[in-house]
Design a protein around this ligand. Structure first.
Ligand code: F6P
Length: 329
């Protein structure tokens, strides 16, 4: 069997250990694996990762040292061409030309939508893997990259807390996560932040300011608010302005962590999840599975059809929200 593997969309820490696990599992089974560079765009351009002995076939040693490496050695992209019927048709021709039997795609929602569209016209097998810091995919408790992103955000908030404490300030710290508040919520709990502003929960500026007044009356001199980029306020700077106008009793600063969260060496949790899911993706292909995303739910490795993954929305963890309200009070 000849399998192709690609990373698409925003890179996530853990994509490299995932690739390592996929390649080594394929080699163990004596099948062939090609690394496709620059995601779906690279597939359309026939860009293959240099394999062993001058071929495109990746071997055991092609993925040495990848466990601790952030980013993706395959490179990633967001392909506009692949979102058109012509692009998909062209991709099918290329997959046939290079005699691929199967494809593994690592990425987020856009990557899965691409895989779903491709699966409707290509006769090969496709398995998707959840590689995104956002943790917004239905079909897995955690996505590859989420743990590292939260780890990085918490480290940054801990540092900002020093300045907040020294200068009696409130910080608005914006974290990535597109339309999902998971990074913000987990960061808030882990860093001991007083406030989390997430897209899943609407809260009026007046209520937040009332809470801030109480916090001040209780004798706190500094406050951390974690703001998800997708929050309806429009992010950290917008939230800072809105609350100032609503009477925020604290002097404040805003910081956007942005792409910093996508970088760095993956945490052990991300490395392990990436290795498990990479191995599971290959075994699933060998068992004839296709059109599904591999994930882990309540400790079990599971497959969920692409159409469910893209149609359904992962719900915010109500238990975590309850916890934040208690520990931040
Ligand atoms: O999906 C991952 C992610 O980092 C989101 O959190 C963010 O909204 C988006 O990608 C940013 O994309 P880009 O790097 O293309 O600006």
């Amino acid at each position: 069997m000849r399998i192709g593997v690609l990373c698409s969309g925003g890179d996530a820490p853990g994509m490299n250990p995932c690739l390592r696990s996929i390649v080594r599992t394929v080699c163990t089974c004596n099948d062939e694996i090609y690394g496709i560079q620059h995601g779906y765009e690279g597939l359309l351009n026939e860009e293959f990762y240099p394999g062993e002995n001058g071929s495109h076939i990746m071997g055991m040693r092609s993925v040495s040292g990848l466990s601790k490496l952030g980013g993706t050695i395959l490179h990633s992209s967001r392909s506009k061409r692949f979102q058109t019927p012509e692009g998909i048709h062209e991709a099918v021709n290329i997959l046939h030309k290079h005699k691929f039997n199967a494809l593994i795609t690592i990425g987020g929602n856009g990557t899965l939508s691409g895989a779903l569209a491709l699966g409707k016209v290509w006769d090969g097998q496709i398995i998707g893997l959840p590689g995104t810091i956002d943790n917004d995919l239905f079909g897995t408790d955690y996505t590859i990259g989420f743990s590292t992103a939260v780890h990085t955000a918490v480290e940054a908030v801990d540092k900002l807390r020093d300045t907040a404490g020294s200068h009696d300030l409130m910080f608005f710290v914006e974290v990535m996560g597109r339309h999902c508040g998971d990074i913000a919520l987990s960061t808030a709990i882990a860093s001991g932040a007083e406030i989390a502003c997430i897209p899943e929960i609407e809260e009026s500026p007046e209520r937040i300011v009332a809470r801030l007044r109480k916090i001040k009356e209780a004798g706190k001199t500094s406050v951390m608010a974690i703001v998800a980029e997708g929050d309806e306020s429009g992010g950290a700077f917008a939230m800072q302005k809105i609350l100032k106008e609503a009477g925020n009793p604290f002097d404040s600063r805003a910081v956007v962590l942005g792409h910093v969260l996508r970088g760095g060496s993956p945490t052990p949790e991300d490395r392990i999840l990436a290795s498990e899911l990479g191995n599971f993706a290959v075994s699933s292909l060998l068992l004839g599975e296709s059109g599904k995303m591999a994930g882990k739910i309540h400790g079990e490795l599971v497959l969920t059809p692409f159409q469910h993954c893209v149609a359904e929305h992962k719900k915010v963890d109500a238990e975590q929200l309850r916890l934040l309200h208690i520990v931040a009070s």
